[in-house]
Design a protein. Structure first.
Length: 474
């Protein structure tokens, strides 16, 4: 047996074990106080990754349920309006049947029926043109407008709603874009010139879009350009050497939101201390939707870049339609057939992942499209013709109501139920990984509490052990 004073191995051992116990004790308190088994990535790296993936899916499922509920409300709005159209058509048919009884009706009574029919037709047209879900019109044929790019060289992307200019998009159309003003990048050229790219600059500093740069007496102008380019991710500005090795600054973005703000305190980029600034120009274009076929009509609107902080190549109009030009397409002139608008199929995102969508087709239910505009019921023969037209219109509206009801019941409501089950089970799985089993953790907490108290006691005993050496020195 050896006795030492300087190195107390027993105390070191007790302290190490007590430290480990305290670390686990702190983790146990954290788990119990938060209710989570994983409070940081260090607690369970693999479990955290799995849990976060589940949380992403759970959040997506929750939003998909809300999307489906919005889609149900969308469908209910359309079906409710069609219910009223159906009632008006039934009333109109009753008027046609009444007018067929010419033996008992005078000409003034027939005209009264005709006036009432005209009022019904007007109401049907009004309902079809004014029924909306938010800003989306439902029954005028513009529901579900989808824009597809057909000229990827000039157009990066496009997004359209149900209106363009002052009219509603009610038919499949070809998109033409006439760029009247091309977007530009912000650019400015420094006034300081140098004999060569290896010429040194003054020692000092300058600021570019809020980022500071410093130079030494040994820094060359080429190295200044390299510094600017290395920070282009922060400044949005790149640099190059131009005529007489002056620094040319250019933004990566286009439009009025692309800026260069240069403050040079020591005459490095500029010939003397001072400041310079520049902004780009937003693109402006006229976008036209041309409907093919006999009696076709065209709609057009002015699109301007840079709205709401967007890039100058991203053009939008007052109706919220968006056309994004590519760099190659950023040139004045007209390009025809850059995209196609498809009308009539409203698309809903009803799943948590890309491609999990459902579509509902709603047509145009204006009086002219239903074939009831201009009906005459002032004679027996014309009333019979009107009855046939009204029967067809009632059948069309009824079929559409049935399709909407089937979509609501068999697609949306069924989807909500299945999503609810999926979300519940994913949440249970995620909880197993992430949440604390309180009963198990309390057992662990009690063990650690005892170990902590025992460790403190043993550390005290180990610290006192070297005192036994004193008995040898007496």
């Amino acid at each position: 047996m050896s006795l030492r004073v300087n190195t107390n191995v027993a105390s070191m051992n007790a302290l190490r074990n007590l430290g480990a116990t305290n670390l686990e004790f702190g983790k146990s308190i954290s788990r119990l106080s938060t209710g989570l088994r994983i409070n940081s990535a260090a607690d369970d790296p693999a479990g955290l990754i799995t849990s976060e993936n589940f949380r992403t899916q759970i959040a997506g499922l929750g939003q998909a349920v809300r999307n489906s509920q919005d889609a149900i409300n969308f469908a209910k709005t359309a079906e409710g309006a069609l219910d009223e159209v159906s009632r008006l058509l039934r009333d109109a048919r009753s008027l046609a049947v009444a007018s067929s009884n010419t033996a008992t009706l005078s000409s003034s009574q027939l005209q009264a029926n005709q006036n009432q029919l005209n009022s019904i037709v007007s109401s049907i047209t009004r309902i079809s043109g004014q029924t909306q879900f938010g800003t989306k019109k439902l029954l005028d044929g513009s529901s579900g407008v989808v824009g597809n790019v057909t000229n990827g060289a000039n157009i990066a992307s496009m997004s359209f709603g149900g209106a363009l200019g002052t009219g509603a998009v009610v038919g499949n159309s070809s998109i033409d874009v006439d760029v009247t003003t091309a977007a530009t990048q912000a650019t400015t050229t420094g006034t300081a010139t140098y004999a060569a790219a290896t010429t040194t600059v003054s020692a000092g500093s300058f600021s570019l879009n809020g980022v500071n740069f410093s130079t030494q007496a040994t820094t060359t102008i080429s190295q200044v350009v390299d510094q600017i380019n290395q920070a282009s991710g922060q400044t949005g500005v790149s640099a190059a050497l131009g005529t007489n090795n002056a620094v040319v600054l250019t933004t990566s973005a286009y439009g009025a939101n692309a800026r260069i703000d240069l403050t040079d305190a020591n005459g490095i980029v500029l010939s003397s201390a001072g400041a310079a600034s520049a902004t780009g120009t937003n693109a402006v274009a006229t976008v036209t939707a041309a409907t093919a076929g006999a009696g076709a009509t065209s709609l057009s609107g002015t699109f301007t870049g840079g709205a709401n902080g967007a890039d100058g190549l991203t053009l939008s109009d007052a109706n919220g339609n968006v056309v994004k030009l590519s760099v190659a397409g950023n040139a004045t002139g007209t390009v025809t057939g850059v995209g196609q608008l498809r009308v009539g199929s409203a698309q809903f995102q009803i799943g948590a992942n890309a491609g999990q969508t459902a579509a509902l087709s709603i047509g145009n239910f204006g009086a002219s499209n239903l074939g009831v505009a201009g009906l005459d019921i002032t004679s027996a023969s014309s009333a019979a013709t009107a009855m046939a037209a009204l029967d067809t219109a009632i059948e069309t509206v009824t079929k559409s109501r049935g399709d909407i009801g089937s979509f609501q019941r068999n697609v949306l409501e069924s989807n909500i139920r299945s999503l609810g089950v999926a979300k519940e089970n994913l949440s249970a799985t995620e909880s197993t990984i992430r949440d604390t089993d309180v009963a198990e953790e309390m057992t662990n907490y009690t063990k650690l509490q005892i170990l902590q108290q025992a460790g403190m006691s043993m550390l005290a005993q180990a610290n006192a052990a070297p005192q036994a050496v004193l008995s040898l020195l007496r």
